[in-house]
Design a protein around this ligand. Structure first.
Ligand code: PMP
Length: 466
């Protein structure tokens, strides 16, 4: 298979085309010029192969998304069958197609109680746009048209459209080259327990974050706030698990003040934490709106789904002259994508991948915790199949290593040389493997990452960096 696939092109020629013509997302132009691209040609289970035949365990799951693993024939079959039968329908106004209606009903049956309605989009970013427009429309239709502010948190990532960029706020993403959507978003502190203020207990930190939100509501006026948006566990902003009871208390403040709670579950839905949805099962909250993408189709095709509550639906669908929700995409409810979503969920259920993610994920947590004693490891955190290691120069002071060391990239390169992908983000290496991972693979990942950290640590000692 690999040789057939890779023989279809000349890797050198492909690399040149890629380099000369393809603007990659989030590319740093200087390092891209030096290193070029890794050309991947094939995937099976948890593994991918590059054009030279090297095999890697994909510890990143594509990009938090290939939940059921690569090379699923039954997904390919469903795509082909749906493409031949009916490749496209609009779903505007009163046209629909069977996979979209079936998937909407299936999602409603799996979602926390009361979230019985679904709007489809094509990506996490477009899902976030949909959720925010829905929140504004809901508030306006219930007679609160002044409610336009969105409350978000620092270190969050909500997508790469202009709205997603404005709502999110990760370190390093803020840029003078863009104009953020003005007068829309207010950011609270990040729920980042490892880097909470010195001397604060975790409970005090939770109190501090909740009090900050309370004061923000007071200063802006609840009557001006549409929604609070949060990844239940912040993903690329630090793989942070919230302090205990923080989310239920934030959710209560929302409820008490007429503010919608939008949970961005683009990463956490469909199994990463061992649940279809993490909001209720892991964190004890039932949001008004949940945005999903990635694991919904395991990356086989782009699709996102915005689930929302009966409460929201009742207001937006109430008869009111000519009011209508002027929102939707050409590809909302795309039949091939929705057919893939249905098959993907069927696989997750049939193979008990939630159970596997829970069992294997608990073991991954346990094995990675063992890396915590290595001198440049400041924190090992996360939950189940959403984990990261944060590197520091000094475990006591938590001081970071100099940026020039490029620590996470240096360690991920070392992992790559030994057949493992981890994802470098800032001073972290992140793991989000497919849900089909085995315990033996956990051992391989923990051993390989540990060896890479030890090797780079020795180099840093020799280079007198630490
Ligand atoms: N929200 C979260 C939490 C994400 O991690 C991402 C993507 N990594 C998005 C939204 C945006 O999704 P997409 O890239 O599909 O637009």
């Amino acid at each position: 298979m690999l040789h057939q696939a890779s023989n279809r092109f000349n890797p050198e020629d492909l690399w040149k085309k890629d380099h000369d013509h393809f603007l990659h997302p989030y590319t740093h132009f200087d390092s891209f010029k030096e290193e070029g691209s890794l050309v991947l040609v094939e995937g099976e289970g948890c593994y991918v192969k590059d054009a030279e035949g090297r095999r890697y365990f994909d510890g990143i799951g594509g990009m938090w998304c290939v939940n059921v693993g690569y090379g699923r024939k039954e997904i390919a079959q469903v795509m082909a069958e749906q493409a031949l039968q009916l490749c496209y329908t609009t779903t505007f106004v009163d046209v629909t197609n069977a996979p979209a209606a079936e998937l909407a009903a299936k999602l409603a049956s799996l979602a926390p109680k009361g979230l019985n309605h679904v709007a489809f989009a094509t990506s996490g970013s477009c899902g976030i746009d949909t959720a925010i427009r829905l929140a504004h429309y809901y508030q306006s239709r219930r007679g609160a048209s002044e409610r336009k502010y969105i409350i978000s948190r620092k270190n969050s990532y909500h997508g790469s459209t202009y709205l997603g960029m404005t709502v999110g706020l990760r370190d390093g993403d803020q840029s003078p080259h863009f104009r953020y959507v003005p007068d829309l978003v207010h950011h609270l502190s990040a729920p980042y327990p490892y880097r909470r203020p010195d001397g604060m207990s975790i409970e005090e930190f939770s109190d501090f974050l909740v009090e900050e939100f309370r004061q923000k509501i007071e200063s802006l006026g609840a009557e001006n706030i549409a929604a609070f948006i949060a990844e239940p566990a912040q993903a690329s902003g630090g793989v942070t698990m919230p302090p205990p009871n923080y989310l239920p208390r934030m959710s209560k403040l929302c409820r008490d003040n007429g503010i919608l709670f939008i949970a961005d579950e683009v990463v956490t839905a469909f199994g990463r934490l061992g649940h279809m949805f993490a909001s209720e099962a892991e964190f004890g909250i039932v949001p008004d709106i949940i945005v999903t993408a990635k694991g919904l189709t395991s990356g086989y095709i782009p699709l996102s789904a915005v689930l929302f509550s009966d409460k929201v639906h009742e207001v937006i669908s109430a008869p009111d002259g000519d009011a209508w929700f002027t929102h939707g995409y050409t590809y909302s409810g795309h039949p091939i994508a929705c057919a893939v979503g249905l098959k993907n969920i069927e696989i997750i259920e049939r193979e008990d991948l939630l159970g596997n993610a829970a069992r294997v994920g608990d073991y991954l947590e346990q094995r990675l915790a063992g890396l915590g004693s290595l001198p440049i490891v400041g924190d090992v955190r996360g939950r189940r199949l959403m984990m990261c290691v944060e590197y520091v120069a000094d475990q006591k002071t938590k001081a970071k290593l100099p940026d020039e060391v490029n620590i996470s990239k240096r360690i991920s390169n070392e992992c790559e040389a030994h057949g493992l992908f981890v994802r470098p983000i800032g001073h972290l290496d992140v793991l989000s493997p497919p849900l089909i991972m085995t315990k033996q693979e956990v051992d391989f990942v923990a051993d390989t990452l540990g060896a890479a950290i030890r090797k780079v640590t020795d180099e840093l000692v020799r280079e007198k960096v630490i």
